[in-house]
Design a protein around this ligand. Structure first.
Ligand SMILES: [Fe+2]
Length: 265
């Protein structure tokens, strides 16, 4: 069995006055959400192998935000494996956050944990950062990595969602625009994939398609709505911040959602 935590979209900022004009005024500083996450994780009464952060570690792609994130992530009680999101700088993350021991920055990588393979795909390097296009070379690379999994099990992790949901805002503005091509590759390897894990949309979402389970988790800073006619980002103040516990047994994925206490500004 492999157990790990899934966290995402912490948007840690070194700027004490950080806010975005499109976000609700009452939203607390992202640092407070990340600290609430740390506090909750430190109190968990069970052990797990690692913490997977699916990107937007920082609010802005700056060295200052990375240093602020490093101070906080260093306190986490298990190794943290993180992917760059559209708000991050992969090069600052590698220079400042990655230490190869407790903090690991992954772009296109495959790591083994016994019979489980964690395959990460950096989706943030081409086209619109909110709705990027992934290169053919990367898609071929992913295909080859999944072939290497053989009789073992894989989790595929990336920042952006891949497949259409029916929510126009997610499908047109937040999704990998050639995600259907990547889904086709994943579908061909679906027998070895326990789950596809992503962030970016600031909400928990499960999509089951062609034998693949796609899951996301909330942001610890701000959460967003999704419904059939939604054409742009809309705050969802009713969704609490949180994280996921993922437990894999061979190719079966069990996901437990944890919510964090509301933070009043
Ligand atoms: Fe984000």
């Amino acid at each position: 069995m492999l157990a790990f935590l899934h966290i995402s979209d912490t948007h840690i900022s070194a700027d004490p006055n950080y806010s975005l004009p499109e976000m609700p005024e009452e939203l607390p500083h992202p640092r407070r959400g990340a600290e609430a996450l740390l506090e909750a994780i430190q109190r968990l009464p069970f052990t797990y192998e690692f913490i997977l952060h699916t990107g937007d570690v920082c609010a802005d792609p700056t060295a200052e935000d990375c240093r602020s994130a490093r101070a906080l992530l260093a306190e986490f009680p298990a190794p943290v494996y993180m992917l760059p999101g559209n708000h991050d700088s992969a090069s600052h993350m590698l220079d400042i956050l990655h230490n190869g021991q407790s903090l690991h920055v992954l772009r296109d990588a495959r790591l083994r944990f016994g019979e489980y393979h964690l395959i990460t795909l950096d989706t943030c390097d081409r086209g619109d950062l909110h709705a990027p296009v992934v290169s053919d070379e990367k898609i071929d690379w992913l295909d080859r990595q999944l072939t290497q999994v053989g009789a073992d099990s894989a989790i595929v992790a990336l920042h952006h969602p891949l497949i259409e949901t029916g929510v126009p805002w997610i499908d047109d503005q937040m999704r990998v625009q050639n995600g259907a091509r990547i889904h086709d590759v994943l579908r061909r390897h679906s027998e070895c994939i326990a789950a596809v894990i992503h962030g970016h949309i600031h909400q928990q979402m499960d999509t089951h398609s062609d034998g693949l389970l796609y899951i996301s988790c909330q942001s610890t800073w701000s959460n967003l709505a999704a419904y059939p006619q939604l054409s742009g980002p809309e705050p969802d103040t009713l969704t609490p911040a949180g994280f996921n516990l993922v437990m894999l047994q061979k190719r079966r994925a069990f996901v437990r959602r944890f919510c964090l206490p509301a933070i009043i500004r």
